[in-house]
Design a protein around this ligand. Structure first.
Ligand SMILES: [Zn+2]
Length: 439
């Protein structure tokens, strides 16, 4: 039987050190366990976490069926177990967080049984009132289980990553996650395939702006990424091994943050495109999930990277076209102003653009040599998502062409994190790329 916890358990125990700094991670959780099956072992795993005598198990109608009921039953020896089952399709928004706080207020701690949004809801609810929580993941659909931030939709519609806290323990039962609808695993694969695009953009930012960069998140997943891609066809067949390889990459990606304290290694331009869709697609939002959108955006941005890095001379930028009134027209007053304030920080005025062009021209050949090994062939990325049964184009996501175009064009509005979308748009070549790119 495969030991799915190699390297992960060493990092969590503080025994594995960043080879560049010789420092162990600051790990906020006590335990991560990925096993072929956890059925029957729940109480033994939760007991050492000392969560208290009264525990609320929170699931939704789907995950309760898949695992929640079983976890609640097996935890009974530990004390009083309250069960809260949310209606399906949980959104991590302010009303749902308040509901979970209210309904679980008598419990000492929460155990979340679900995937991204449900786990984030319990994470933020317990963070707000200072209680502990642990997570049983029910799908390999995204890499956020280990994150100490929560992706929350505020009452004004702005979706943002808020500081929260990490779970005391993360437990992944591969038999359960393999049985989840295969599109959830394909979404997790899509989320993982942001590695090449995020790495290229994070490294380029580091070289061009002198910002912090660390290679350790990529060292952690280096051996596992090829195995995950090779196993991708097994996701559609609900294979345990394919889910194991995927969960390892997702988990190791989450552990990267414990070394760096930032999310850049797995969240650059491609994530901004997904956030833009979630915030602004409105009635055109097809109900797709984070990982599905990130996968499609990663493919498009990987194609943009290949096109730009094939140029012998660098794309030269003009001062950024950034007008507050246009932001307000696009997003309304409140969110328009928030986005404008963020985007303004990374925008270029004329002297800034000239200095940037000088710097980029001087290092273009060197930078291209540095970035080339970080790229992944978009055809290989696409084949992996296709094999897993996931969407690879905006059309397959169910997004109208215009909304996709806007998402790629304006994704740069939502965050002060420079990406090649900023570079291409300031250089006046993004529209042309989008005219010709597959949609
Ligand atoms: Zn993601």
């Amino acid at each position: 039987m495969t030991d799915w916890n190699v390297l992960i358990s060493e990092v969590v125990a503080g025994k594995w050190k960043d080879p560049t700094t010789n420092k162990a991670a600051t790990v906020p959780f006590e335990m991560i366990r990925i096993e072929d099956s956890l059925d029957g072992g729940e109480a033994d795993m939760i007991a050492p976490l000392k969560l208290g005598r009264r525990i609320a198990v929170v699931s939704d109608v789907n995950t309760n069926e898949a695992m929640g009921r079983r976890v609640a039953k097996h935890l009974k020896p530990l004390g009083t177990i309250d069960e809260l089952v949310l209606p399906g399709n949980t959104h991590c928004d302010e009303p749902t967080i308040a509901l979970v706080q209210e309904k679980t207020r008598h419990a000492d701690a929460i155990i979340a049984v679900g995937s991204g949004a449900l786990s984030d809801t319990c994470k933020y609810a317990t963070f707000k009132d200072g209680r502990k929580y642990a997570t049983f993941g029910t799908a390999a659909s995204m890499n956020g289980y280990a994150a100490s931030t929560a992706s929350v939709t505020l009452n004004n519609g702005y979706k943002t990553s808020l500081p929260a806290h990490a779970p005391r323990g993360i437990f992944l039962d591969l038999k359960v996650t393999a049985e989840a609808p295969h599109w959830l695993s394909a979404a997790g694969l899509g989320d993982s395939l942001c590695r090449p695009t995020a790495q290229v953009e994070w490294w380029a930012s580091h070289r061009l702006f002198g910002t912090f960069y660390s290679s350790v998140p990529y060292t952690l997943i280096a051996d596992d990424e090829p195995k995950m891609i090779e196993a991708a066809p097994g996701l559609v067949k609900h294979e345990i091994a394919a889910n194991g390889h995927l969960h390892r990459v997702l988990t190791l990606c989450g552990l990267g943050v414990c070394f760096t304290g930032v999310s850049h290694h797995g969240s650059m331009g491609e994530h901004q495109v997904s956030h833009w869709i979630d915030m602004f697609a409105g009635p055109a939002h097809p109900g797709t999930t984070h990982g599905q959108q990130v996968g499609v955006a990663s493919l498009a941005i990987a194609r943009l990277h290949h096109q730009l890095l094939a140029l012998d001379r660098p794309p030269l930028i003009k001062p950024t076209h950034i007008v507050e009134a246009e932001f307000i027209e696009r997003y309304g007053v409140e969110i328009g102003r928030m986005c404008y304030a963020e985007a303004k920080k990374k925008s270029f005025d004329r002297p800034g653009a000239e200095a940037f062009n000088r710097k980029l021209s001087a290092m273009w050949d060197e930078l291209r040599d540095e970035l080339r090994p970080m790229l992944m062939d978009p055809a290989r990325m696409k084949a992996a998502i296709l094999a897993a049964g996931g969407p690879t184009t905006a059309t397959e996501l169910g997004l109208p062409r215009k909304v996709w175009r806007d998402a790629m064009k304006f994704a740069r509005d939502v965050r002060n994190r420079w990406s090649f979308l900023d570079l291409a748009d300031d250089a006046g070549i993004l529209d042309d790329f989008l005219d010709r790119d597959e949609q």
